[in-house]
Write a protein that binds this ligand. Sequence first.
Ligand SMILES: [Zn+2]
Length: 428
Amino acid sequence: MFNQFKYRNMKILLFCLSLFISSLCFSQSYNYAIYCKDTLCSEYMAGRAYRESGDKKAAEFIRNELTKNNVKLLGDNGFQTVGISINNILDVELKMNNLSDSLKLGEDFLVTGSSPTSEIEIKNIKPLIFNNKEQISDVKIKKLKDKVLLFNMGDLTFYDIMLFVRSLVKENINPKLAIVQNYDKIEYLIGSSVLPFPVLQLKGRPFKKKIDYLKLSIESTFDSDYESQNVWAVVEGTKYKDSCFVFVSHYDHLGKVGNVYFPGANDNASGVSVLLDLAGYYAKNPAEYSVVFIFVTGEETGLLGSSFAAMNPLVDLTKIKFLFNLDMCGTGSTGVAVINGKKEKRAGELLQKINSENNWFSKIVLGEESCNSDHCPFVKRGVPAHFLFTYGCEYNEYHTIYDNGKALFFTKHIDFCNLLKEFVRRYR
Ligand SMILES: [Zn+2]
């Protein structure tokens, strides 16, 4: 009786201990991801682009974390050099009507990253105004040379406007200045080339029909061959060393404009943090297959890092069982989106099956193909791949100075990692 009692107590004690240890592992994993996100978003990283070597600082941080976690580096001590062309906006000043000191860069105004060094002063001018696509397609473009153009966002998207602006440049018809207004929050567009005239972006609608006064000064510098880097690492498999699963995430973001930086918490400190957490896990618990991690640069400048990685791979692309690109995964209250999910259906259905067995996410949606992130250059070379991002209304900052991660809580971090680990364990 006594012995039985002791045995039962012992079992309860062991059960509690195992619960405690697993919750400790969970919170360690969660805290580690938050630590990675916060470090990557810090001012020191300068928005993880090319001014102040933000990309190099981020790559160094990633490499140090991998080394700390005993993950084997590939390539030149983990690094693979990638050439990037970039237009850096060093300084912007704007004076408008009677407002001057009160205008905040990033908040009230921005210039697009491809704006050239300029000095423009305008007094009492009626700009040419565009409110919709019809007005854009109907206009005689020769009339626009040396004029001030004013685009009102609404029916027009920023994409429509930039497409039109680039079509003018192609025809060698250069306005003096393009102004885009009616933003709620201004999104930055990084520049990998230089336009012949600046594009100014304004919060709200400060201009109706006339511009009384505007002075815009920009200092920018173009670098056609900046040396950035991808970071590669591997945890070798216990059974099938030569075949691998691959995780890709871009660590670059939009950098700095003047003295304002873009932290890029969800885009994509979140994906990098998940990868670092997974790398640490696999170093301690290797899978049967090798697991490769590629932290790519230059996504925001046009998938440059992943394109270079796919063209110059450090592992045999034909030996990749499956590749996941993780970009923007700090949320998850609504679910997970799987770009390329319909094309790579068997893998997509396995993700759904694992999820429904465990009730981790309310839904996993299999989407169409899209070349909108770093999986695409690999897909083009025949690698089976998904692009996963989490979604949920708990956070929706994108390409603004407000994507600072203060309210980004990695809602489903543990479930998301478990989903990926189960996939690696089961996909054959
Ligand atoms: Zn982005």
